[in-house]
Design a protein around this ligand. Sequence first.
Ligand code: SF4
Ligand code: SF4
Length: 99
Amino acid sequence: MKELVYLSDVVTLELCEESCNGCGMCIKVCPHEVFELSGRKAHIVRRDYCMECGACALNCPQNSIKVNSGVGCAAGIINGILNNTEPSCGCSGSDSNCC
Ligand code: SF4
Ligand code: SF4
């Protein structure tokens, strides 16, 4: 993975490790390897790599993740450029707050 830091110490990402069930979905959908799993819990290990796309929060079955993803569509486009794929924020499209 190419190391890209969004901005230092400004990311709104929050994780409630207490309610996490260790499913690993956030790790699967995060394009920047922000999370790691250990002790059957997700942990934020690269906070400054987060681009606030919102994919982790949208896909967490426990609602354990909060992030201000107001620029989610822009992030999806950037993601597509970086990964040479169709733009996608990782949502199902059924969320009216998303693209
Ligand atoms: S998606 Fe949610 S419940 Fe699953 S590992 Fe990540 S934080 Fe935990
Ligand atoms: S908001 Fe996007 S980049 Fe940030 S941790 Fe979640 S999936 Fe990763």
